[in-house]
Design a protein around this ligand. Structure first.
Ligand SMILES: *Cc1c(COP(=O)(O)O)cnc(C)c1O
Length: 393
């Protein structure tokens, strides 16, 4: 991505979607709360059944309010896609997209490092639908073609993976999939479209937990599915069939969060590197797992494909008794314990992977930890971690 393009995108993020809405002079687009839409004439009512309505001209609330369409437009711009469906949660984005491309008898290749609840959907719902799921080693690269069956319909990627942060050779997988007529989907929540644009690397469908960095303030649940032109219609139709909807106030919050995403993410990135470096120097830490660091096993892929690193990463502690770990975590003053990330606040939790992975079981002698570095002052964060390590002794 050239510098020009980035600057251009930065501006488009602030202006593109606003230009298509009637703001009546206000900087921000209006939030319409809507179920019923009234038509002035019988002719307009009958035309509303048309599927190619311009933005803001829908026939019923389920099609999404104007603010939902504005958010979809903004994410489409960032992802360089054809169009975007906004969903009620990040998990809903993954499950809707998967169920849109798969049918009974199909085979799905799923990365072993996928977000846990997406895995649960595969193991329960998809298997009940007679859809076969094979988990693969996230580092498989183009060798994934050895797992192709005649019935293989889709490959789902997540890079870096949840908790363990393996990077996938996305262009290599996308390329062999494309030659075999297999659809590729990726969970791109970690990088956001600012640091990685999967469709530019041959992926068909990119999914986000907008709940995380895109919203950035830990107060809203939302997801998105951006597809290329070959796949958008089937996902749109599927979302309509299932009655997908995203609440207008939530769409507004994510759109508001998006305006400052480049600046927030950059601050997260800088602080993330600094905390990773500091952790690496601690005797309590066995090793750090940060894709943007040269000591990450897949760093070369990150360097080739990504233009930045967010501030969610892992580290492995040297073996320590659980009571001591609890003594650290129970008494942190800034790092919270919670199953999320991407907000302005810092988080720290252990990972529980022993029962999850099947293709590539996770092995480490000490506990794997997941840290999200927020926007607090760095010195305060380090002091909090330092006294945490003291309590662990
Ligand atoms: C949190 C998360 C999701 C799900 O998003 P929700 O909005 O919480 O449903 C999906 N993928 C990844 C990688 C996540 O971390």
């Amino acid at each position: 991505m050239s510098t020009d393009r980035k600057n251009h995108l930065l501006t488009r993020l602030l202006h593109d979607d606003r230009a298509i809405l009637p703001t009546r002079g206000t900087v921000n687009p209006p939030v319409h709360h809507v179920s019923t839409i009234l038509f002035d004439t019988l002719s307009e009512l009958e035309q509303s059944a048309s599927t190619n309505l311009p933005i803001g001209h829908t026939s019923y609330g389920i099609h999404g309010s104007t603010i939902q369409q504005a958010l979809a437009q903004a994410i489409t711009t960032l992802e360089n896609g054809h169009d975007t469906i906004v969903t009620a949660s990040g998990l809903m984005a993954a499950t809707l997209a998967l169920s849109a491309v798969l049918k009974s008898g199909d085979h799905l290749l799923m990365t072993d490092s996928v977000y846990g609840p997406t895995r649960r959907f595969c193991d329960h719902y998809l298997k009940n639908q007679n859809i076969e799921v094979t988990y693969y080693d996230p580092r498989i690269g183009e060798q994934i073609s050895t797992l192709f069956l005649d019935s293989t319909k889709a490959i789902f990627l997540e890079s870096p993976g949840s908790y363990t942060f393996e990077l996938q050779d996305v262009p290599a997988i996308a390329s062999v999939a494309r030659s075999a007529g297999i659809i590729t989907l990726i969970d791109n929540s970690w990088a956001t479209p600012l640091y990685f644009r999967p469709l530019d690397h041959g992926i068909d469908i990119s999914i986000h937990a907008a709940t995380k960095y895109l919203s950035g303030h830990s107060d809203v649940m939302l997801g998105s599915i951006t597809a290329n032109s070959e796949n958008y219609d089937r996902i749109h139709d599927h979302a309509m069939v299932f009655g997908n909807h995203a609440a207008p106030d939530d769409c507004y919050l994510v759109l508001r969060g998006l305006r400052t995403l480049p600046q927030r993410l950059n601050a997260h990135q800088i602080a993330g590197y600094k905390i990773a470096h500091w952790l690496d120097s601690r005797e309590e830490v066995d090793f750090v797992i940060h894709p943007g660091r040269a000591d990450h096993p897949d760093h070369a892929l990150w360097k080739r494909d990504f233009s930045g690193a967010s501030s969610l990463f892992g580290f492995v502690l040297k073996p320590v008794e659980k009571v001591k770990l609890a003594n650290m975590l129970d008494n942190m003053s800034l790092f919270g314990m919670g199953f999320s990330w991407g907000g302005y606040e810092s988080l720290l939790i252990p990972g529980y992977l022993s029962k999850i992975r099947t293709a590539k079981p996770w092995q480490s002698s000490g506990k794997i930890m997941r840290i999200h570095v927020g926007l607090e002052h760095l010195d305060d964060l380090i002091a909090d971690l330092e006294s945490g390590f003291e309590r662990m002794k």
